[in-house]
Design a protein around this ligand. Structure first.
Ligand code: PSU
Ligand code: MN
Length: 309
């Protein structure tokens, strides 16, 4: 018998939404523990939850706390993830060890998708997904987020892919894996801090209802796996292209010089970029995640309506 339910702790708020068949939006915790400095991380985490509530859905921030999978976190748990330096970054392969050792971990896109699906949540808002790193033809560094998108039925609302990655190769890999990549009100695949990456999406969607329709069609047809719904950063928060690309080049140079490898690569690059662009990247980061949380809630509401019928 599958005993996964024994590993999950679902918060009162999320449980009540589940019992009433109300829309729920999952949120990851790596952006809290490893993506932003304190106290911006805790204020943003709380704001995201409120934005989701304001848009008619229930937020479910996901993490592993002392070996328990948490679907929906208390204020204290969010504070712990925001402040503690001992929180481990947990992707798919880390899950069994962290649980077996009773440790605390922040979930990436991949592991948040896994736990969201276990809890029956199929909409998830984040900032940017992992992907194919530059030089992957030598290092083989490809995020487990991509293989998760190929198999786990969760729609991921993000602001595209950061140009620390090879965006072209990331999109090729997503195509191979059969993952739909949708542009929300755009034909351009966004690159996190900026609205364009130079690459196009196959399909442009104009409304949350259209996004809900594609999710339903995909899963009704047993086409397992997720979807990438790429929502560009709002114009007024776009970072300066030149500043960002210089910082990214520097960060990659530093990572190579310091022989950074494996799961440390992404956090190292993100931290360097933050350092090099001072406030600008952080402000953009916060703005785009909020924008994604609002859209994700609207999509969750529409998807919920659709499957009720
Ligand atoms: N990209 C970002 N911000 C992030 C991450 C990626 O712009 O915070 C985090 C996400 O949690 C993502 C993870 O799932 O890094 C990918 O890590 P890796 O490349 O090691 O798979
Ligand atoms: Mn990697």
């Amino acid at each position: 018998m599958n005993r996964f339910i024994d590993y999950l702790d679902i918060s009162g708020e999320v449980l009540s939404a589940m019992r009433n068949y109300e829309p729920i939006v999952a949120l990851e915790s790596t952006i809290i523990s490893h993506g932003m400095p304190y106290p911006n991380n805790i204020t943003t985490a709380l704001e995201l939850e409120n934005i989701i509530r304001d848009n008619g859905a229930t937020p479910a921030t996901i993490a592993i706390i002392s070996g328990r999978i948490k679907i929906g976190l208390s204020r204290e748990e969010l504070e712990l993830l925001a402040k503690s330096k001992d929180v481990i970054k947990v992707s798919r392969r880390d899950i069994p060890s962290i649980i077996a050792f009773g440790k605390t971990g922040a979930t990436t896109v991949a592991s948040t998708m896994i736990f969201a699906q276990l809890a029956g949540i199929n909409v998830f808002a984040t900032g940017g997904i992992g992907g194919v790193h530059k030089g992957a033809e030598v290092t083989f560094d490809i995020s487990a987020d991509l293989t998760e998108l190929a198999q786990t039925n969760v729609a991921v609302i993000c602001a595209g892919v950061k140009s620390i990655l090879d965006i072209g190769k990331t999109l090729e890999k997503l195509e191979t894996l059969g993952v739909p990549v949708i542009g929300y009100k755009t034909n351009d695949f966004p690159s996190f801090y900026t609205r364009k990456s130079g690459f196009h999406v196959d399909y442009k969607f104009e409304t949350a209802v259209e996004c809900a329709n594609i999710m339903k069609a995909k899963w009704d047809l047993n086409l397992d796996g997720g979807l990438v719904i790429a929502n560009p950063i709002p114009h007024e928060y776009e970072a300066q292209q030149e500043l960002i690309s210089k910082a990214i080049d520097m960060a990659i140079y530093e990572a190579n010089k310091n022989n950074i490898s494996g799961k440390e690569v992404t956090p190292f690059l993100l931290a360097k970029i933050k350092e090099l662009t001072v406030g600008e990247s952080l402000e953009a980061n916060i703005a785009l995640i909020k924008n994604n949380a609002a859209l994700a809630a609207q999509i969750a509401v529409e998807y919920n309506r659709l499957i009720e019928k």
